[in-house]
Design a protein around this ligand. Structure first.
Ligand code: GDD
Ligand code: MN
Length: 383
C-alpha cells in the first residue's frame, strides 16, 4: 500500500516582487524586422542613447528572416536583458508582427517603430511624456505636420504615401495627418481590448487601430523627420497597396468583405477569364469536343486559381512541399462542390425568376462564397 504524505506547503516568495526585481519595464519598444541584420545593433545603440533615464525594453519581432536577423538579436539579448527576440515562423506580415509584439509586452506603454533607422528614436521620450500626462491614449509620429518631413522619399513614393493618407481620411473620417505612419506609442490598456479586431496583413496597423477603437482614442500627433534607409531595402510593394485599399473597403462595408476575400474574388475573376480562354482555344485550335475542352479549361483554371491564391491571397499561409500537393487536391474537391452549389443556386433561382444574368451572377457569387468559406480553413488552415 502506498503511503500518502503531505508535502509541506511552499509559501510563495513575495520578496522578489516587493523588492522590485520582478517589475516590468515602463515602455516596450516593438520593432518588426524582416531582413534587418545590419540595422538591429545600431538601433539598439540609438535607443540606449535616446531613452536614458527611462525604464525600457525592446522586442524585435522577426519573421524568420533568412539573413540571420533573429540570431543577431539573440546575440544582443545575451549581453543586454532589455532586448527580447520574438521569432515567428511560417508567417509574414508587418501588422501581425506588431500585434504579437505588443501582446507579448506587460509594460503600460508600448511603441512601434521600424528597424531601419528611418524613425527618429529621439521622439520616443516626448511621446512617453505626452502619454504619461494622461490627456492622450495614442501618440503618432507624423511626417506631414509642421516640423515633420519625408524628404527622403522618392517623388513617386511620397505622392503615394500622401494619396493613401488622403484616401484614408476621405473614406473613414480619421483625423490624422499621417494615417500610414508606422511610428507611434500607446497605452497598452487601450490596445488590449481591440487586439482581436485587428487585421494581421499588410502595413496599415495604425489606421486599423484607430478605426477599430471607433473614435474612443484621444490622439496626439508629434512631428518627425523620416530618415533614409542605409542598410537593406523596403518591403512595401504593390500587394501592400492593394491590401490597404482592402482594409478601407472592409471598414466601409462594416466587416464581411475582408481584404483576403477581395483578393480571393479577384483571383476567381481572373480564373474565369482563363477558363474561357482555354475553352475557346480547346474548341478552335485543338478541335476538342465541348465536354473535353470544358474539362481541360476547368482543371487549368482551378490549378491557376490555386497557385495565385497560394502566392497572393494566402501568402502568409503559403503551402509548400507535401502540404502544397495536399492543398491542391483539397482545393479541387472544394471547388468541385462549389461548382455544384453554383449550378444548384443558379438553376433554382432561374426557375423562379428567369433572368439569365441574375441567376448566373447569384450562382457565381454563391460559388465564390462557398469556395472561400471552405478553402480558407480546410486548405490554408486560417483560423
Ligand atoms: N516581422 C516583419 N514581417 N517585419 C516586417 C515585414 C514582415 O513581413 N515587412 C516589413 N517589416 C519591417 C521592416 O523590417 C522594417 O523594420 C519595418 O517593418 C518597415 O518596413 P519597410 O520595408 O522599411 O517599410 P517602408 O520604410 O518602405 O515603409 C514606411 O512607410 C510606410 C507607409 O508610409 C514605414 O514607416 C511603414 O511603417 C509605413 O507603414
Ligand atoms: Mn523603412
Amino acid at each position: 500500500m502506498s503511503q500518502i504524505t503531505s508535502l509541506p506547503q511552499r509559501q510563495p516568495d513575495l520578496s522578489a516582487r516587493s523588492h522590485g526585481l520582478a517589475r516590468t519595464a515602463q515602455l516596450s519598444v516593438v520593432v518588426p524586422t524582416f531582413k534587418e541584420s545590419g540595422n538591429v545593433a545600431v538601433l539598439l545603440d540609438r535607443l540606449d542613447g535616446a531613452l536614458d533615464g527611462i525604464d525600457w525594453e525592446v522586442i524585435f519581432v522577426d519573421d524568420d528572416s533568412p539573413d540571420g536577423t533573429s540570431e543577431k538579436v539573440k546575440e544582443l539579448a545575451a549581453e543586454d536583458r532589455r532586448v527580447r527576440c520574438l521569432r515567428r515562423v511560417a508567417r509574414r506580415g508587418l501588422a501581425g508582427a506588431c500585434i504579437e509584439g505588443i501582446l507579448s509586452s506587460s509594460a503600460p506603454y508600448v511603441a512601434v517603430m521600424d528597424a531601419d533607422l528611418q524613425h527618429d528614436e529621439n521622439l520616443l521620450p516626448r511621446m512617453l511624456s505626452v502619454l504619461k500626462g494622461g490627456d492622450a491614449d495614442l501618440v503618432v509620429g507624423s511626417r506631414y505636420i509642421d516640423g515633420g518631413s519625408a524628404h527622403s522619399f522618392s517623388k513617386g513614393r511620397g505622392l503615394m504615401s500622401r494619396a493613401a493618407g488622403s484616401l484614408a481620411r476621405l473614406w473613414t473620417h480619421v483625423e490624422l495627418s499621417d494615417p500610414m505612419s508606422g511610428f507611434f506609442m500607446m497605452r497598452r490598456d487601450r490596445f488590449d481590448p481591440i487586439a482581436r479586431s485587428l487585421s494581421t496583413q499588410g502595413f496599415k496597423i495604425l489606421l486599423d487601430i484607430v478605426l477599430s477603437a471607433k473614435g474612443s482614442l484621444r490622439i496626439v500627433e508629434q512631428p518627425y523627420v523620416f530618415g533614409s534607409r542605409t542598410y537593406g531595402e523596403s518591403k512595401l510593394d504593390a500587394q501592400v497597396g492593394l491590401d490597404f485599399l482592402g482594409l478601407l473597403l472592409t471598414k466601409l462595408t462594416g466587416g464581411p468583405v475582408t481584404p483576403r476575400f477581395l483578393s480571393y474574388a479577384l483571383v476567381g475573376t481572373i480564373g474565369l477569364g482563363v477558363h474561357l480562354a482555354v475553352l475557346r482555344l480547346g474548341l478552335i485550335a485543338f478541335g476538342l469536343i465541348f465536354a473535353e475542352a470544358q474539362a481541360l479549361a476547368t482543371v487549368i483554371a482551378m490549378t491557376g486559381n490555386f497557385l495565385l491564391n497560394n502566392s497572393l491571397t494566402f501568402r502568409d499561409k503559403r503551402l509548400t512541399g507535401l502540404a502544397f500537393i495536399r492543398g491542391l487536391i483539397g482545393f479541387y474537391l472544394v471547388s468541385a462542390v462549389g461548382a455544384l452549389t453554383n449550378v444548384g443556386v443558379a438553376s433554382w433561382l432561374f426557375y423562379y425568376q428567369p433572368v439569365w444574368w441574375l441567376a448566373g451572377l447569384a450562382g457565381a457569387l454563391m460559388g465564390v462564397v462557398w469556395n472561400y468559406a471552405m478553402s480558407s480553413p480546410l486548405v490554408w488552415r486560417t483560423k
